[in-house]
Design a protein around this ligand. Structure first.
Ligand code: PRP
Length: 208
């Protein structure tokens, strides 16, 4: 029986780029390129099984062992504090976590700062280091709207090209941390499927 290595890929452009790396190192799975709604693909010849997960769920699959390895943004690892091994920085999906607000805004430091974000833990940790009192407003997307409608003073969010900020008259105020995609592994899998996982790590490293 083939022992599969299960790989969680984040649905979307980053996942497709990451898959291309796996394909280049001999872990291709041609059926994955068929454009359909299927989510799990396997190639028995090289013992690999891929599945497409929501990007923010990849670390959950890996942490719980449903996937042996996966590709995930550092933002997700920081936010969820996932108990996984971080094996490689893939140097793709580069962006930064930043505080942003309306252009030219003056922050009143005497008042509790209202912070809208998809990343409450990252925001909380950042402001706690600054000993700044904040009120977190947890949103699930389109965070940039919050300060425009006075739901919040600032946002803590991902900035990639800066276009979303620019087009909404917002600007980056402070950078919190740089983000990029990471190859992660389940801790038990890393022990029991060490040969396959290390083979992948070494070969991917050779491409970076
Ligand atoms: C992300 C992020 C910003 C945007 C930044 O949103 O939350 O809104 O991308 O990219 P930019 O600097 O290149 O404009 P995403 O597209 O994931 O959608 P969301 O609003 O649902 O979070």
């Amino acid at each position: 029986m083939v022992e599969f290595i299960n790989i969680a890929l984040p649905k979307g452009r980053l996942g497709e780029k990451a898959y291309a790396l796996f394909e280049q190192i001999g872990y291709g799975c041609p059926s994955i390129l068929e454009n359909n709604r299927k989510l799990i693909f396997e190639n028995e010849d090289c013992g690999v099984r891929y599945f497409w997960a929501k990007p923010s769920d990849v670390s959950i699959y890996v942490e719980r062992g449903a996937a042996d390895i996966g590709i995930v943004g550092k933002d997700i690892l920081l936010e969820y504090g996932s108990d996984v091994y971080e094996l490689l920085d893939l140097g793709m999906g580069k962006c930064c976590m930043a505080v942003a607000g309306p252009k030219g805004m003056r922050i009143d430091s005497g008042r509790t700062l209202r912070v809208a974000t998809k990343f409450p833990n990252i925001a909380r940790e950042y402001y706690s280091k600054l000993s700044r009192e904040i009120d977190i407003i947890k949103l699930n997307g389109s965070i940039e709207i919050a300060p425009l409608l006075n739901l919040s003073d600032v946002i803590v969010d991902i900035v990639e090209t800066g276009t979303t900020l620019l087009e909404n008259n917002l600007e980056k105020l402070e950078e919190i941390v740089s983000i990029s995609a990471r190859l992660i592994s389940n801790k038990v899998s890393y022990k029991f499927k060490n040969r396959q996982i290390e083979d992948i790590v070494e070969k991917v490293k050779g491409l970076l």
